[in-house]
Design a protein around this ligand. Structure first.
Ligand SMILES: Nc1nc2c(ncn2[C@@H]2O[C@H](COP(=O)(O)OP(=O)(O)O)[C@@H](O)[C@H]2O)c(=O)[nH]1
Ligand SMILES: [Mg+2]
Length: 226
């Protein structure tokens, strides 16, 4: 037998196991009444800056958010996010290019989810690997910064295709990069037709009010009985 089919089989089993853990996590999140949002993007597109601002603004509005953040190495992002005063834990993945549901489950040990309104999961910066792994989240964000180029959705369609909301970041740098908003939107919509989109800057705060409104509305909708 060639090696090809066996590799596919192992991968299928890994994904199946992940889906089972993710399904259990989703049930736990629902029962606890916590709304869970994950963030995926390439390294450096502004996930941590956006999350730090998000945690701070949510706390100012009286919500109780927390975050888990994944990186191959260092606690740098957890240290940055902890400045918001929200509970934060770092997950270091070693050589792994994505978070898996079991890592989220383990990192949550000791936390009372009923105490939280929102839980954010910052995935490892990567436009390929995280797309296949369900983490039990309610909402998956894909970030695209204006410095990355408008063509990235076409080059990495799967990550955009598996997301629920596309967030264009670093709006304050758009003019300097001659960012073409219409082209970026066209490319995102080409790979994920109908996806909701936001444009914002974590640095200036522009667009953050719309994000806060969207988050509160989605959480409210999720908590209403079907
Ligand atoms: N000008 C500007 N820089 C930003 C913005 N968001 C993030 N950055 C910078 O982009 C770099 C990478 O951001 P980071 O949050 O670490 O990205 P991550 O790797 O996706 O978590 C850092 O130097 C940030 O200060 C923004 O809205 N505007
Ligand atoms: Mg980060």
């Amino acid at each position: 037998m060639s090696a090809g089919p066996r590799i596919v089989e192992v991968r299928k089993n890994v994904l199946k196991h992940n889906d089972e853990v993710a399904r259990a996590l989703r049930r736990r999140f629902e029962q606890a009444g916590v709304y869970v949002v994950s963030l995926v993007s390439s390294p450096g597109s502004g996930k941590t800056a956006f999350l730090e601002k998000t945690l701070t603004l949510l706390r100012e509005r009286g919500f109780k958010p927390a975050a888990l953040v994944g990186d191959l190495a260092t606690n740098n992002d957890a240290d940055r996010l902890a400045r918001s005063q929200a509970p934060v834990r770092q997950i270091t993945t070693g050589t792994l290019c994505h978070l898996e549901a079991a890592m989220v489950e383990k990192a949550l040990e000791g936390w009372d989810l009923k105490e939280l309104d929102f839980l954010f999961l910052e995935n490892v910066g990567n436009l390929v690997c995280p797309s296949s792994y369900d983490l039990g989240e309610d909402l998956r964000l894909v970030l695209l910064s204006v410095t990355e180029g408008e063509d990235k959705p076409l080059k990495y369609p799967t990550i955009f295709n598996s997301a629920d909301l596309a967030v264009v970041t670093k709006l304050d740098l758009a003019d300097a990069c001659e960012f073409d908003h219409a082209l970026a939107e066209k490319n995102i919509q080409a790979v994920r037709p109908g996806i909701a989109m936001l444009e914002l800057s974590s640095k200036t705060g522009r667009g953050m009010d719309a994000w806060m409104d969207l988050l509160a509305a989605r959480r409210k909708r999720a908590s209403q009985p079907a």
